[in-house]
Design a protein around this ligand. Structure first.
Ligand SMILES: Nc1ncnc2c1ncn2[C@@H]1O[C@H](COP(=O)(O)OP(=O)(O)O)[C@@H](O)[C@H]1O
Ligand SMILES: N[C@@H](CCC(=O)OP(=O)(O)O)C(=O)O
Length: 369
């Protein structure tokens, strides 16, 4: 079975820290490695940051733009240059590429999610390496991936990747930010995300000068990806040849073990395409019924409703302590749920004045976290 790899490279690896200009040797090596893996039959998606960083360098700007409009304008300058460099390099090795610019809203509507999925499948079948970035120039704040770590995890879920590589400017995850803590200990393997808490890993919230999310967004991305059945590796972008070694089983970087993959495409969309607009807090009985017995959520198990949402929107299901249990598509408006929470199903018609759906979230529309 051919393996699918999603490789995400951050601005900090694509550019030279001193002047923000492109790190050509790194890009060239990455292009060689990806082309060679492609030749050997791997299906490859490259998620590349750098539009804003490269745009700034092109325009002689010395710091990241602060206003949204300026950032969007700068990204439009940088994205073109970035893809041109990639196309020149990949073309030298006879590897066709495609530019895919996504916004978060492309994944929310089921039609457009399926459409994006089909486009990726087609590109991969054609032997093309899609080069993905957020469409920064048109993305609006409320509907943004916000960072390419998250984007790459959602793409890895979408293309059912086997591996997600997050290439950055540190060689792996440490117990604390190695830039500020000389005692930070390297971490090689995470078999369950909860281990990060047990190991008391401290995540510095600032990234490098041009990067966006620092390590926080990489951990969030790893969590999404492993939940979608994708083995995830955080490793140094300056040594792209390590990708081949990791695929051969060498313990380089920090590797996150995947969980079993959600079975259906629809469930993957519910889990990672939709954006939850509200939260339902559940009592212990409901948590058990959903988690252990694969049951639907009934109104009686809801203790609190947070947010405003329409019927058929996505909601988070949490236990009383706030721990996320599942995500799903809700059958009631939030104002209806405020009235029927905690009630037995046969009381719903009397309370609302009309018979509602039997379940608040049907098990077919529910994905465990
Ligand atoms: N626990 C940690 N382990 C490793 N790096 C960390 C940790 N906490 C914070 N960091 C920082 O995260 C940075 C990488 O994030 P960022 O600059 O956003 O990279 P990229 O541009 O590749 O997305 C590292 O340079 C490092 O200083
Ligand atoms: N879409 C933005 C990148 C956002 C981002 O996540 O950057 P980084 O932290 O360097 O991976 C750009 O191309 O500049």
């Amino acid at each position: 079975m051919l393996q699918t790899l999603v490789v995400k490279i951050g601005t900090s690896s694509l550019t030279q820290p001193a002047n923000g200009l492109l790190a050509l040797a790194t890009i060239a090596t990455l292009v060689e490695v990806l082309s060679s893996l492609r030749q050997r039959g791997y299906r490859i998606v490259l998620v590349s940051s750098g539009a804003v960083g490269v745009g700034c360098a092109r325009l002689g700007m010395t710091e990241r733009p602060r206003t949204i409009a300026l950032k969007q304008a700068v990204a439009a300058v940088g994205q073109g240059r970035l893809i041109r460099i990639y196309d020149d390099f990949f073309t030298s090795l006879q590897q066709p590429i495609a530019q895919v610019l996504l916004t978060r809203s492309d994944l929310v509507q089921r039609n457009s999610y399926l459409n994006v999925e089909r486009t990726f499948q087609q590109l991969l079948q054609l032997g093309v390496i899609p080069i993905v970035n957020e469409n920064d120039t048109v993305a609006v704040d409320e509907l943004k991936f916000g960072d390419n770590d998250t984007l790459s995890a959602l793409v890895a879920n979408l293309v059912r990747a086997d591996w997600l590589f997050l290439l950055t400017d540190v060689d792996r995850l440490y117990s604390a930010d190695p830039r500020s803590d000389p005692d930070a200990q390297p971490i090689s393997r995470i078999s369950r995300i909860e281990q990060l808490k047990e190991l008391q890993v401290k995540i510095g919230d600032r990234g490098s000068r041009w990067g966006t999310g620092g390590m926080t967004t990489k951990i969030a991305a790893a969590q999404i990806a492993v939940g979608a059945g994708v083995r995830t590796v955080i490793t140094d972008g300056r040594h792209p040849r390590n990708l081949e070694k990791i695929l051969q089983g060498e313990a380089i970087g920090t590797q996150f073990e995947p969980q079993p993959r959600p079975a259906s495409a629809r469930k993957r969309w519910i889990a990672h395409g939709l954006i939850p607009t509200g939260t339902l807090y559940l009592d212990d009985g409901a948590v058990k019924a959903i988690r252990n017995a694969g049951r639907s959520l009934l109104a009686t198990g809801i203790v609190r409703v947070e947010g405003e949402f329409q019927s058929q929107e996505a909601v988070l299901l949490r236990d009383r302590s706030g721990l996320e249990i599942a995500r799903g598509i809700v059958n009631y408006h939030s104002t209806e749920l405020q009235q029927i929470k905690g009630q037995q199903s046969d009381a719903i018609a009397t309370i609302l004045g009309y018979p509602g759906a039997e379940t608040v979230v049907h098990r077919d529309n529910l994905v465990l976290s």
